[in-house]
Write a protein that binds this ligand. Sequence first.
Ligand SMILES: [Zn+2]
Length: 559
Amino acid sequence: LTSIALRGTYLDDEDVAGLLRLSLPGIDEVVGLLAISKLASSGYDEVVVDTAPTGHTLRMLAAPALLERVAALLDGLQAHHREVVQALRGRYVADEADGLIAELERDGASLAATLRDRTKTRLSWVTIAEPMALEETSDAVQSLERGGLHVSTLIVNRITLPPPQPCNWCEARRRFEARALGPLQRRFPNVDILALPEFLEEPRGIAALEKVGRSFGPRKAGATATRVARRTFAQIGDAVSVRPASALPGTGRWLLFGGKGGVGKSTCAAAFAIDLAASEPARRVLLLSSDPAHSLGDVFGVPLDNRPRPIDGAPGNLHVREIDASLGLEQFRQQYLDSVDAVFARISRGSGVAADGPTFRQLVDLAPPGIDEVIAIADVAEALTGPDRRYDTIVSDTAPTGHALRLLQTPHVLREWTQALMAILLKYREIVASGPLAAVLVRLSKRLRTLDALLRDPRQTAFVIVTRPAALPREESLRLHSTLTDLGIATRAVIVNAIGAGTCSRCRKQIRGQTAEIGRLGRALRGTSYAIIGTPAVVPPPHGVEALSAWASGWRRLD
Ligand SMILES: [Zn+2]
């Protein structure tokens, strides 16, 4: 790759190495997919892939297109070399570099075709019987369909079975699930829907997983929608009640709520933001989502978009916004392309430098992944720290773990990327000095530096880990905690969401298991100063301002 880039431009070794080192993270997912597709043709009859949460999966499935863009960029660079050789020697013979480009193109095209071939690839989407999760599922399935990928199976996990004894919780839960599942079949007429019961303990180990395999069954039709009773079960017992705003004292400028998908981050972030705004009327609070799954709109039950807006019934000093990351990236891309064009339009066609124009255009497409969200978030950082800051505190509902971490790691990778671009531009000093291109890059680099500094300042920024009282979320939360520590991002609190309810023997056994998990979490975090907060399970999950406020009164300190 380096030799292709060196042949194609006036860049030197160091520039090219810098760019490739930074841009290659952009194709890690492609390489992952390629490795998978090669496994399928190397001795296995079937390869089962467990993918990352929603946003990340959608991105991964778009990866073949990225591979084709990489190949196109390299081909553009190589074309320059072919012309030179042709001119000097009178003929051109394809070499190793041409072979590599052809291979990348071929792999990208065949991967894209394999993913869309229903005889080779089967996509199963796993969800739970809750309106928010089903909403997200619907969005994802549609988005995949638009890309030509067909979801053939929908697995609805954690269905509540009839309780062994009468139990208000289990029965309310069953009515709620039935109502959520009702429209599913109508919505996805061409998708097989399978149901899987909730297991008392998370299935771990071969024997338990075999039992899960035997439990798959088609969802029984005809479950009637009944009125769902709202019930709160204060099983967290005698723990001290705490309002969300006072559970996280000394709130800085930026609080990020994150955790594994499906733990209820959005609900916790929304309840906290409402309570913070209500308890401090002078504090201007912005609740913000960078999760492409639109979960905040679902929590409030109103459509939200890129414009901050107040919510009916919530304190007036609270604004809510769902970042449209693609919009920010498109603006940046356009600025970049316009300025590249402006620069190269002024270079005479005879000059060798002119040939680098198309390459510079393509460089923006090789930006590391996550640049869209980072650009959007950098705007936010500016809104917090700039001279005309409009908010005192921003509460962020981040995308599920893997995605959020990647986002937090990227500001500095992206800054290096813009700096590598600028270092290259210095070679074209005369052009750059008079052109707008450098200004665009300098501005982005500055914003990324601000973002990076803000994230790592514990007086201003803190993370709230949201988890559930079960083994797998606990383990993932502890990994998240240590990654955040490595990144230099402070953790303020751990929220154990949706702690048990119900009175039947099954529910009581479940609550004993949850209590044990909370104990393990507490021991693992011993020695830290984080607040451990428990929130009650309610059915249906809190939806809308009033329900969120009522639910927040059930928060408890568990540490
Ligand atoms: Zn029960």
